[in-house]
Design a protein around this ligand. Structure first.
Ligand code: NAD
Length: 341
């Protein structure tokens, strides 16, 4: 097949199907090889998606001249070293969220992308979600007036198997996962917060009562935000919420109205306090990676900066790290206090 770009997808866990489907929908691109430390998993995935090659050796991928894009859907602690190695090997890199687990790693990733001139994009779906984009557009157009308060939640039950086994057991090691519900799941809500409300100036956080003994990082945390605009907000995050639903929502309160999403449905509502609630139905975030991948390719082909560049997503990582520092030291933490560690 004549293609413009050749991709190696590394890490073939839960999110890898969305990546493979996204690449399949892209034009002039071929996923040439899928790689996982679990060779049997790699073989099965290659057969399922008609990928010509599979393997277990990441280093070997870096040496190949016929591959120009590396897509990393791997455990958190590997995001930085694998991204940096791939950039230095001359590849463009798409890496799953969170950008990294430490600020110093994220900063090195940013620097390496700059020095190599290769594109580095974080796969943060919020910025590509039709419902979130609609919300951002409506706020921009002044539909809610001046936004002064933001609330968000990510509350659900992660099954114990996600923290066990050869492929997913990395989540049970604090040094590998890097953080708990806020870093892995809440980072999407933080990305939503910064997308809709602008940069965060400071946070106050309390880690919750730990009720899940199989999880070594925080399973529950509450965070108060102060945005640079002067607006405030609150986020409530838990992997221990024993209800049937998956709740992932946000609400923006403005001087002219209230706007938010309905959990699970992708619906966006606008209530101006006059007895009428308007709603729009949009595709949900979970709809896949095709928009992200399309944008990544556009950035490579036309030398643009990804909207979810490492620098942009490092802002969201800083909010998470500031919340952890606040919870540990029991005090408000300004984002500008954070130094590379
Ligand atoms: N964007 C989203 O909505 C979303 C959803 C789920 C996960 N994620 C992110 O995607 C990444 C992967 O998550 P997941 O849920 O797919 O993980 P997972 O735990 O289901 O699978 C991880 C896979 O990586 C493989 N692996 C481990 N070390 C490896 C190495 N050195 N080289 C190659 N493969 C290796 C494992 O064998 C396993 O197959 C994480 O960063 C996670 O936060 C994003």
């Amino acid at each position: 097949m004549e293609t413009k770009h050749a991709v190696a997808l590394v890490g073939l866990g839960k999110i890898s199907d969305a990546h493979l489907q996204g690449w399949r929908e892209a034009k002039e691109v071929q996923v040439k090889i899928v790689v996982d430390t679990d060779g049997a998993r790699a073989g099965a995935k290659a057969r399922e998606y008609g990928v010509p090659e599979f393997g277990t050796d990441f280093q070997a991928v870096l040496e190949r001249q016929d591959i120009d894009i590396v897509d990393l859907a791997i455990p958190h602690f590997l995001h930085a070293p694998y991204s940096i190695a791939a950039l230095k090997a001359g590849k463009h890199v798409l890496v799953e969220k969170p950008v990294a687990t430490k600020l110093s790693d994220a900063e090195e990733m940013i620097k390496t992308a700059e020095s190599t001139g290769k594109k580095l994009m974080v796969a943060e779906p919020i910025r590509f979600s039709p419902s979130h984009r609609r919300a951002a557009r409506m706020i921009e157009q002044g539909e809610v007036g001046d936004p002064f308060l933001f609330n968000t939640r990510a509350q659900f039950y992660v099954p114990p198997q996600r923290f066990q086994g050869t492929n997913t057991g990395w989540r049970s090691e604090a040094g590998k996962i890097g953080g708990g519900v806020l870093l892995e799941s809440g980072i999407h809500n933080i990305a939503t917060a910064t997308f809709l409300m602008g940069d965060v100036e400071s946070v106050v956080a309390f880690k919750g009562k730990q009720t899940r003994s199989e999880i070594t990082v925080e399973d529950t945390i509450s965070v108060l935000f102060r945005f640079e605009s002067g607006a405030t907000g609150h986020g409530s995050f838990s992997w221990a919420a024993r209800w049937s639903d998956y709740t992932d929502d946000f609400t923006v309160f403005g001087t002219e109205g209230v706007l938010g999403n309905r959990p699970r449905t992708g619906r966006i509502f606008l209530d101006k306090g006059k007895g009428e609630v308007r709603e729009w139905v949009e595709t949900q975030v979970a709809a896949g990676k095709s928009e992200e991948i399309k944008h990544f390719l556009d950035c490579i082909d036309n030398d643009k900066t990804p909207v979810t560049s490492a620098a942009e997503e490092t802002k969201n990582l800083k909010v998470v790290l500031a919340a952890y520092l606040s919870a540990t030291e029991n005090r408000p933490v300004k984002i500008e206090e954070l130094k590379a560690n």
